[in-house]
Each structure stands twice: as C-alpha cells, then as structure tokens.
Design a protein around this ligand. Structure first.
Ligand code: ATP
Length: 381
C-alpha cells in the first residue's frame, strides 16, 4: 500500500449506509522537522467526534510531536490542522479549547487541588461561583471529593493524575489529549485508572487522543488505534482489526506477540498456498502480502498454535525446550528441527498443558487460520 493510500483510510472503513461521523480534528499532510530529522512525515488523520483514539508506537516515532501540534505547542512545517472544522494554524494553544494530561502530572506544587483544577477557568475569567461549582463537579467525577484543600505533595501518584484529569476536563475541552498519562503508575493502579478513564470518557463523550507505547493499553481502551513508526502512520483500525489483520510486518510484530517462521508463496486459487518446511499451508489470500514465488515471513500468534500428538495432520514437528509460567497462562517454548534454528512459543491456558508437555516431549503443531498472516521476507524486500 502506498503512503498516500495508507493515510487516507481514516474514514474509509465507515460503511456508506451509516451517517458520516463529525470530524473533531483533521490533520492534512502534516510534516514536522527538527533540524535535519523529520519527526512526522506528511501525516493525515481524521479523528471523529466523541471517539477514543490512541497513537501507538515505539519511542521516537512521533506520537508526542503529533499531540503537541494539535495542542499548538509546536508548529507544522507543512500541512494543516483543523479543530472543529476551523483551521488552527494561527490559533494559540489557550484558544484551542484543549485539555491536556501529561505523564508527569505537571500540577502546580504550591496550589491546592481546588486551585489546580480551577486554574484554567480563572484564566478564562469565569465567575467565582461557577468556578466553585465546576471544580466540585470535576473532583466528584474523578472521585476526589473531599481532597480539595490538599497540596499535590499530599497525594499519591494515582490521585495526582486524577487531579490532572479533572483540571483538563473542567474547561469542557473540545479535545482531550493524554500523553502516556499512566506510565508512572504501578501495574494495578494503571489498570484501574484505564477503566476509570474509559468510563469518564464515555460518560462525557469527549473526543480523546491518547498516546502510549503499551500495546495492551491501546487495544483495551481505544475505539481506533493509530500505529506509528518513524514518523509514519502504518495502520489505523479498531483494536480487533489491528490485532488480527495487520497490514504490514511492523504492525504484526509490534502489536502483540508473534512467531515468525520462514516459508514460500507457492500459488493461489480461491486461497493462497504457502509452503512451510515441505508442508503446505492454505490461507485466505488477503492474509498474504506478497507475490507468488516470494520467500515469506509467516507470522503466527502464540495462542493460535495447537499442540497435539505428532501425526499425519501435523504441520510441523517440535520438541519442548522450556516453559514460562505466567499465572493465567503458560508459554511453551519449542524447537522445530525442520526449520533449522527456529524456535517458537505457544501460549496455552491451564496447568494441564504443563503436565502434558514436559521438557523433551515431541509434539505436532497445527495453526488456526485466524492468527496467521504472511509478508514478503524482510531480507527479500
Ligand atoms: P516517546 O514515546 O519516547 O515519547 P514519541 O513517539 O513521542 O517518543 P517524539 O517525542 O514525538 O516521539 O519524537 C519524534 C522524533 O523527533 C524523535 O526522533 C525525537 O528525537 C525528535 N524530537 C522531538 N522533539 C524534539 C525537539 N524539541 N528537538 C529536536 N528533536 C526532537
């Protein structure tokens, strides 16, 4: 897929019969340079009103830069940004009506919680009585009723982040921007904050752009996920599509765990026929992004590999080399002699699989179609 095509499908997935969603934020061909390096490469993106969209990608791929451009903290070199259908090139940050939550909370340390939350309203000259009422409502929303007189230093990390969220929401922003807001919190707190944020976002219907490099956070929270790498958008889609129908090898391996095995694209009729270790594997054609004859990297999700006794139906023969017990599941690591040094791992739930497949056991492997896709081998492209 060309870059231009890749950038233009933000709304293409909407069926024609449904009303077209309102666009809250639109980026058209936005390019941002820092010196000689390009942080964002002509990015185009339409964010629907009321949706929760997540920018997902590795460190340095341009997520924060994109957020800063929407907020008005940085200026695009080329391209245009629209908020609520208004071109905002010349609109300063405080007039864009945007709420922002940063990773490090960025609260004013000398101000009480109430003063922190009311800051944006005071700056906008809102009358005092209305400020008091709206701050109280915002603190109620983030479950900090009764904490108004405390200073940020008297709060836990999770509570400070709730204050930051209340401060961003109290101005009734057109768009809420969140830059890795939970990354400083421990795992349990992060999970409960994710659920709370989703509830609040749904209740208010506020358009939300969330930045993270954590795939499970992106998949669990978002209406749509924008996968980025090196300043490009690689794929936009709902979480299920991003996970099960990745359009390129980067998305397949960045979003979720995957085994990559060598194969070849032999032929196709109504389905594609691939060769793996002398056996043939049939797949829906749309799962194969390659030409007949290409060597392939075949991507298989670990939960989509079945272990059974070795038999005529087995696609591959493998030997168990290690287990990694994870509490709710176990990863069984296998060596596949017919694929040279290839190792792969299979994810199984339940402790029975530990007993059934001890180290040294020989198993036959088959793949569920659902979790398999193939791309032209990386060393051939
Ligand atoms: P992280 O997850 O680490 O925050 P990111 O995806 O948000 O990364 P950005 O912070 O947007 O990435 O950075 C994109 C690229 O632009 C990086 O190569 C970064 O080094 C560069 N960059 C960002 N801000 C500046 C700046 N102010 N000056 C120079 N280079 C910058």
């Amino acid at each position: 897929m060309s870059t231009a095509q890749a950038h233009d499908f933000a709304t293409a997935a909407t069926p024609l019969s449904e009303p077209r969603p309102e666009i809250a934020v639109r980026l058209d061909g936005v390019l941002k340079r820092f010196g000689d390096s390009i942080a964002l490469q002509k990015v185009s993106l339409k964010i629907h009103e009321g949706e929760f969209i997540t920018l997902l990608g590795p460190s340095g791929c341009g997520k924060t830069t994109l957020l800063n451009l929407i907020a008005g903290f940085a200026e695009a070199d080329t391209g245009e940004i629209f908020i609520d259908n208004q071109l905002v090139t010349d609109t300063p940050p405080y007039q864009r009506e945007i709420g922002i939550v940063f990773q490090n909370y960025a609260l004013f340390p000398h101000m009480s919680v109430t003063k922190n939350v009311g800051y944006g309203l005071r700056m906008r000259g809102v009358p005092k009585a209305e400020i008091n009422e709206r701050v109280a409502q915002a603190l109620e929303l983030v479950k900090l009723h009764g904490y108004g007189e405390r200073k940020p230093s008297e709060l836990s990390g999770g509570q400070q982040q709730r204050v930051a969220l209340a401060r961003a929401l109290v101005i009734r922003p057109k768009v809420l921007l969140l830059d890795e807001p939970f990354s400083a919190l421990d795992k349990n707190l992060r999970l409960s904050m994710q659920i709370e944020l989703k509830e609040i976002q749904r209740k208010l219907g506020v358009t939300t752009v969330f930045v993270t490099h954590d795939q499970s956070e992106a998949l669990s929270m978002s209406d749509r996920v924008v996968v980025m790498s090196a300043g490009h958008i690689r794929q936009i889609g709902d979480p299920d599509t991003i996970y099960r129908r990745p359009e390129d090898p980067f998305v397949a391996s960045f979003v979720g765990d995957v085994n990559i095995l060598p194969g070849r694209y032999m032929s196709h009729d109504d389905q594609a026929t691939l060769e793996i270790s002398g056996n043939s594997l049939r797949l829906p054609k749309e799962r194969v992004q390659a030409k007949v004859g290409d060597r392939l990297d075949i991507h298989v999700r670990p939960e989509n590999i079945q272990l059974d006794n070795l038999g005529p139906h087995s696609l591959l023969s493998a030997t168990v080399v290690a287990h990694a017990f994870q509490g709710d599941h176990v990863d069984i690591h296998l060596h596949v002699p017919s694929l040279g040094d290839s190792r792969l791992f299979v994810r199984q739930s339940g402790l029975n699989s530990l007993r059934r497949w001890p180290v040294g056991a020989v198993a036959g492997l088959t793949f569920d179609d659902e979790g398999v896709c193939a791309f032209t081998a990386a060393d051939q492209t």
